[in-house]
Design a protein around this ligand. Structure first.
Ligand code: TUI
Length: 317
């Protein structure tokens, strides 16, 4: 059984945390991941504090194990959700799409463990100085809002740059990815896309089907023009958005209008024409919808075999 400092830090059995996927990571998914021995996370996305409070209370009904909240820093409700996690007694907060520095003092004073997602060594160092308990180093293979560096290059550099534990994310969907992340110096992993194709995930069936049918080159990054690159599956919608971005005749306002609400349409309605199906490059590695518990157990059985028994090519010699 692989135990790392992340297990002790978070009081979990397996060193795995679930990505804070907007519209996807609800109390049901978070509860399932926590019950399976990982750290489940509820995504605050652009929701208001009342919605988040409801989800936190629901997760408490579903599990007595630790879970956390992911705060999306570009949310229009970020100030109220940042207060709500304190008032609701949440123990772990991960953050995405920006710097959480302005909230750190209050979260730390409330005893919250803060684990920011970082796309570079400079931001990782800033987070360590600001009191983060760990960082998630997320490579651009991930789904959703992404940075420039790949997981393979980012994780070892972040491990060298900080002394706090590093959790690797981006492109990890099986035991090979977990073993590789540990070889790069990470002591934990964050998986997002793999959990979309889980039984307990409430996304529209079309979303799951799209993940299961995806091929390696089926994702695309839109939003670079705004400085907010987002990786999603190639669909009529995302291809159109992509080509509009490179057409200088289309204004930023028009682009923004087209993108607005597109993730919600994908998650709730499976709308292929107008939906944005955020997913990482590892989507093509996911072949079957499974219960969360089985996903986690299989991944760690494989990772353990690789890490403790030597890599496959070494064994075969
Ligand atoms: O946050 C994510 N992934 C996300 S957030 C999201 S919601 C959204 N929807 C549309 C447009 C934008 C966001 C969907 N997916 N991953 C973690 C992550 N954080 N990736 C990159 C970063 C990041 C970027 C800049 C973290 C810090 C940062 O700091 C820059 C600064 O100094 O503010």
């Amino acid at each position: 059984m692989i135990k790392t400092p992340i297990c002790d830090l978070l009081g979990i059995e397996y060193p795995i945390i679930q990505g804070g996927m907007a519209w996807i990571a609800d109390a049901d998914l978070a509860g399932a991941v926590s019950n399976a021995g990982g750290l489940g996370l509820i995504a605050s996305m652009s929701a208001d504090a009342e919605w988040l409070r409801g989800q936190i209370r629901k997760a408490r009904q579903l599990t007595d194990k630790p879970f956390g909240v992911n705060i999306m820093l570009m949310s229009p409700h970020v100030d109220e959700v940042a207060r709500a996690v304190i008032e609701e007694g949440v123990k772990v907060v991960t953050t995405g799409a920006g710097s959480p520095v302005k909230f750190m003092k209050d979260w730390l004073a409330a005893g919250i463990k803060v684990i920011p997602v970082v796309p570079s060594t400079a931001i990782a160092k800033l987070m360590e100085r600001s009191g983060a308990s760990a960082v998630v180093a997320e490579g651009g293979e991930a789904g959703g809002h992404v940075g420039d560096l790949t997981t393979m290059a980012l994780v070892p550099q972040v491990c060298d740059a900080v002394s706090i534990p590093v959790i690797a994310a981006g492109g990890i969907a099986d035991g090979r990815g977990v073993a590789a992340a540990f070889m790069l110096g990470a002591v934990g992993v964050q998986l997002g896309t793999r959990f979309i194709a889980s039984k307990e995930c409430n996304v529209h069936p079309v979303y799951k089907e799209k993940i299961l049918k995806a091929k390696d080159i089926n994702t695309i990054v839109t939003g670079k023009r705004f400085g907010h690159p987002v990786r999603c599956l190639k669909t009529t919608f995302s291809r159109e958005l992509y080509s509009m971005e490179y057409n200088s005749g289309v204004s930023n306002e028009e682009l923004e209008k087209k993108g607005l609400g597109a993730l919600r349409l994908a998650v709730l309605e499976g709308d292929e024409k107008r939906g944005c199906f955020m997913a990482g490059q590892c989507a093509a590695m996911i072949k079957e919808e499974k219960p969360v518990k089985q996903i986690i157990e299989e991944i760690f059985a494989e990772a353990e075999e690789l890490l403790l028994g030597g890599a496959k090519w070494v064994k075969g010699r």
